[in-house]
Design a protein. Structure first.
Length: 514
């Protein structure tokens, strides 16, 4: 690893071995001497206290926004099998309906960056929940293709707002030694929402079915959003936002509330001072173009955007949005069976996310990502090959079939579960944690908004092209394309993504920002 120099306004530098901060790395860095003379929040090696129940509760309330996103991503998989009949939709129109939420989420993510810095983290979380309730109601009551699409767009704005603010809020409220696990709570709730949505779709698809059951699939999404709206009243504002707006006393009160007995008042005052000093090192106003023109900001943005783009270009949400359709392609004979076995994929996603939450603060972000990406590549390759086996997805096979699921279909399902498990353990959680850690305070709102907008943009691209690609290059060819993209992503992670495990946000900022 090359020697890295990170200049700031100070003219002197101190050589520090990274092993003094993180035992997993051994290269030397030059850091500003002012950083070592200033109070600095404690590192992972200095703190080994369990999280307070209050911190877990407030992070869980914020992360309910992830549940909304996950529920919507999962419920559309089952709902498309019914709304395509209700509105006589073509493949292209189905792609538009699926992608409607994503288009809205791009808009929401971009506004999240602006509003998070202007209003604060807490009001934006509330706004996201309100907008999502409105979108869910519109989808459930839709009488036409156009109204359903509008509801999808509105719900997407809420999803984008939530995705832009929740990781930032949780990273700023959480202690450094458990920050990775708490930020991953948002991803866990996404996967939990997906699992619940698949089970909901399955229960509403079993005989006797009602032609309007798909409305309940969409409308029920409003319930967790209403629960979150009630809980937001008890959330404190982010201490970093409070310091940024000149309310250091309130920031100290919040830190004392969330850290409770794990830190002394003097230690928390040091943390507030460190936040203030990180703000003082920045220019008064960061312009949008500075995110890509200032060296330190650009380095952080490349990592954040690259990981968010890789997360979607890996094809994960084509599986979550179209899992029932994919299993139908693979030979599962009925809508009910396709939706039922889709829940196996969602269960693997949820359980692997729990595993990731246990590993991310132990193994580190970078090693976890590099190892699990290899497993994801293997899963995609096997999935691609499985579509070249006799699986019942061709008309001739169906005519000769007695309705049983063929061995090729089981290979397809197994490889889907295998891929999703490795994805969720690494690529599902790590990009959100690294993004919330690596972006300096001065650009955290704008930077996270742009990175998440890229996430949704790439999500839009893969979801809008999936069915078309399966027609053009076959399902097997489509998943092989995703495998090649993940291979390129592994190289990007190896070359550009640093380790951030256990380091304070101020320390990470000092090693990246100019």
């Amino acid at each position: 690893m090359p020697l890295s120099v990170h200049p700031t306004s100070a003219t002197s530098y101190v050589a520090v071995s990274s092993s003094s901060v993180d035992a997993d790395t051994s290269h030397t860095q030059l850091l500003p001497s002012s950083l070592h003379s200033a109070p600095r929040p404690r590192s992972r090696t200095e703190v080994k206290s369990p999280p307070s129940p209050y911190v877990v509760a407030l992070c869980s309330c914020a992360a309910l926004g992830g549940f909304l996103s996950g529920y919507d991503a999962g419920i559309i998989s089952g709902a498309t099998l019914f709304i395509s009949d209700a509105f006589q939709l073509t493949h292209f129109e189905i792609e538009i309906i699926v992608s409607g939420v994503i288009a809205g989420a791009v808009i929401g993510a971009l506004f999240a960056g602006i509003l998070t810095d202007k209003w604060g983290r807490k009001p934006v979380i509330l706004a996201a929940a309100v907008v999502f309730v409105l979108g869910a109601a519109m989808m459930g009551l839709a009488q036409s293709f156009g109204m359903l699409l509008l509801g999808r767009l509105v719900a997407g704005v809420g999803v984008g707002l939530s995705g832009g603010v929740v990781p930032v809020y949780v990273s700023e409220i959480a202690p450094a030694d458990i920050r990775g696990a708490l930020v991953s709570l948002n991803v866990f709730f996404i996967t939990l929402g997906q699992l619940v949505s698949y089970l909901t779709a399955y229960s509403l698809s079993r005989p006797p079915t009602n032609e309007n059951n798909w409305r309940w699939m969409f409308g029920l999404a409003a319930l967790p959003a209403i629960v979150q709206m009630a809980g937001i009243a008890y959330l404190p504002e982010s201490p970093r936002y409070l310091v940024q707006t000149g309310r250091s006393k309130e920031a100290l009160d919040v830190l004392m509330l969330v850290r409770q007995s794990s830190c002394t008042r003097e230690e928390l005052e040091d943390e507030v001072d460190a936040i203030q000093q990180s703000l003082n090192r920045a220019v008064d106003t960061v312009k949008w173009q500075d995110l890509f023109l200032v060296d330190g900001y650009r380095r952080a943005m490349i990592v954040a955007i690259g990981l968010q783009a890789l997360q979607q270009l890996s094809g994960i949400n084509t599986i979550m949005y179209y899992s029932a359709t994919i299993l139908t392609m693979a030979g599962f004979p009925t809508k009910e069976s396709a939706i039922l076995f889709s829940s196996f994929i969602a269960l693997a996603n949820c359980l692997a996310t729990v595993l990731s939450m246990q590993l991310i603060d132990r193994t580190g972000r970078r090693p976890l990502l590099l190892r699990t990406l290899i497993g994801a590549i293997v899963g995609l390759v096997i999935l691609s090959v499985s579509f070249r086996t006799p699986s019942g997805n061709d008309e001739e096979h169906l005519r000769n079939s007695d309705g049983a699921v063929s061995w090729g279909s089981w290979i397809s399902l197994s490889s889907l579960v295998f891929y999703v498990a490795f994805y969720a353990t690494g690529l599902g959680c790590v990009p959100w944690t690294v993004m919330s850690e690596i972006l300096p305070q001065q650009i955290r709102g704008k930077g996270s908004g742009i990175a998440i907008a890229f996430n949704w943009l790439c999500n839009f691209i893969v979801s809008m092209t999936f069915l078309s690609l399966t027609n053009i290059i076959s399902p097997g060819g489509t998943f092989m394309l995703y495998a090649l993209i993940v291979c390129a992503g592994w190289i990007f992670v190896y070359m550009r993504v640093p380790e951030t495990k256990g380091r304070s946000l101020e320390y990470i900022e000092a090693t990246t920002a100019t």
